[in-house]
Design a binder for this molecule. Structure first.
Ligand code: PLP
Ligand code: COI
Length: 362
């Protein structure tokens, strides 16, 4: 049944008006507005994946006993569709999201979704809501596939019923100040993920666990929180919702290696290739927090940037911790950060040749 999961289309009978949509698209922000439709499908042990529909975006009715509310058996993805100058619409590496979704599903004891069904759901939502893909600037249609245990049962076991959804949200900049360099707060008390845990999965609980540290960052006047490894509290892992890159004074580029406890970012992976294209050597290795602090102070580290689907490439201005703060470079976006950012956006927005075959036309 799941191999040829077909999404039937139930058009929204009360879509947003042209004026409502235009006013949202003029200033989309991030994650606050949603297009007219969503994809939804159900899995049960008996039937596998079934009841796949494209339907009006709107509330779900769920029992208070629904598994996900109690045991957080939930995963998600984040990806974007872009409007190109000729008005065609393209998704960035959607098959990489489909694969990661299934890796996350496996870790959270959720059923795998055939990659074809994931891609079909995304394609259909974007197609039916193509007018919701913003044009211009750095705006896009952010796509949020989710899978969660929807069985109304309080026993602790993998949910016998699971729901898959894809929603779409027109998006501008993730950070309210756009590409202004961000201040990073070092979480010394809280860690995000431990070996053997769920850190490499895009699991909802990872984000729940990061929120108190993110709130501390905001109290400290910072934009995002950086986490260290849970064992030695020494090695840089990633931010709450982004990976990290460093540019050294010999123009080489380094990023924390995949430790099994950080998310394998698709933007991170793309940047490994882009910086090589731009002529830099790039290394994935362990980076200690002292290397960041000392390197920023001495000038060995020239630039730091964060990367992710929502954040794109965001320059880092400084690292702050209890008792100190060190600026990176002159606190502004450096030239390598700017060049990588332009290279990535040019491919995503169809202004440069897609030499790595990353774009999928919808
Ligand atoms: N790390 C975390 C914890 C994230 O939530 C994200 C965002 O998706 C990333 C890294 C970057 O991943 P990607 O580039 O695939 O969006
Ligand atoms: C994304 O970049 O897609 C994420 O899921 C991260 C989150 C901070 C919005």
């Amino acid at each position: 049944m799941s191999a040829d999961l077909q999404f039937t289309v139930e058009p929204n009978t009360k879509p947003a008006s042209d004026d409502q949509r235009a006013s949202i698209l003029a200033n989309p922000g991030f994650g606050q507005n949603f297009s007219d439709h969503m994809a939804i499908a159900t899995w049960t042990k008996e039937q596998g994946w079934h009841d796949a529909r494209i339907t009006a975006f709107g509330p779900l009715e769920l029992s208070p006993a629904t598994a996900v509310f109690h045991y957080a058996q939930s995963i998600f993805e984040g990806m974007k569709a872009y409007r190109h100058p000729d008005d065609s619409i393209h998704a960035f590496r959607p098959e990489a999201n489909a694969r990661r979704f299934n890796r996350s599903a496996q870790r959270l004891a959720l059923p795998e979704l055939p990659e074809e069904a994931f891609l079909d759901a995304v394609r259909r939502v974007v197609t039916i809501d193509k007018d919701w893909v913003p044009a211009g600037g750095e705006s896009s249609l952010y796509l949020r596939p989710v899978m969660f245990g929807s069985d109304p049962y309080l026993g602790v076991r993998p949910s016998a019923q699971v729901t898959f959804l894809v929603m779409a949200s027109p998006a501008g900049s993730y950070f309210p100040n756009g590409v202004k360099p961000v201040r990073i707060w070092l979480s010394e008390e809280y860690t995000r993920a431990a070996p053997g845990g769920t850190g490499a999965a895009k699991a909802a609980g990872n984000y729940a666990a990061s929120l108190v540290a993110q709130a501390e960052a905001v109290e400290q006047g910072c934009d995002q929180v950086a986490f260290l490894d849970a064992i030695e509290r020494k090695w840089l892992e990633e931010l709450g919702g982004m990976n990290l890159y460093f540019v050294l004074d010999d123009n080489s580029v380094v990023t924390p290696e995949l430790s099994g406890t950080i998310l394998e970012g698709i933007t991170r992976d793309s940047i490994l290739k882009l910086v090589t294209d731009l002529g830099h050597t790039v290394t994935e290795r362990k980076i200690s927090i002292d290397e960041w602090r000392d390197g920023a102070a001495s000038g060995r580290i020239r630039e730091v940037f964060a990367c992710g689907t929502a954040a794109v490439i965001t320059p880092v201005a400084s690292l702050k911790w209890h008792g100190g703060e060190v600026q990176v470079g002159d606190g502004e976006a450096g030239p390598v950060t700017a060049a990588v950012r332009t290279a990535l956006l040019d491919v995503q927005y169809g202004r440069a040749a897609d030499t790595h075959n990353w774009m999928t036309r919808i």
